[in-house]
Design a protein around this ligand. Sequence first.
Ligand SMILES: [Zn+2]
Length: 252
Amino acid sequence: MTGCQARCIAVVVTGCTTLSAPGYAQISTRGTGVSEPEPVSQTVRLVVEVTREAGKSAGHPWLARGAGRQGNPSGRGLCSACGVLAGAGLGLAAHEGGHLVANWMLGTDVYVKKVEGGGLPFFAIAHRDELSRRREFIVSSAGLWAQAATAEWLLTRTPRLRSKRAALSKGLLAFHVATSVLYGAAGLGAFGPPERDTRGMAVAMGGSERLVGAVLLTPGILDAYRYFYPSATWARWVSRLSKMAMLIPLLR
Ligand SMILES: [Zn+2]
């Protein structure tokens, strides 16, 4: 691993972690006990692998057509990391955009709220209105629906993404995997700020937050698997089914 690659990986992992943090939103807030995060070494390893792969996407034509790229591999790697971070930023925009569209369609009074989780300050898109359970579930889930749909579109359109020069797409997928794992762990461990999506979804559907965490964790892990093993048909379909399972509470 070159120094450039090491810097690239550090930037990508740090960026995805930072961008993942705001991925909580929705639910009219009520106080709950907040406990410390638990280690999730296995899934974290998958996330790091995907982000590391994304960071390897140096030398992209769209990134490195500038003068002097042949003689400046360090600058090229840095540009590649910027592309991956931009992709992660798009993932964040898709997630938060999903919440905003849902709120807009339901006519709720939205505002940005400062929250904190795990010692990290970030924001949440919240609403002042009291919503029915069904509507609460929709606005809490919409961000995850949006990012799951985006990842599915990406992996369906480009199943062999790993072998492509596509830093933006890889950053987008890395964001999806990282936040799915983060949400899955938050749901399973019931940790994080009261505004977290998993709690909003569980309260709205009158179910277990652990179940919500498991449902959200599954497509994240399977999409990471599809990235490394694009010919695995079972992973493709189980991932799609797990994403569709996120809609099941709407049938009630
Ligand atoms: Zn969210």
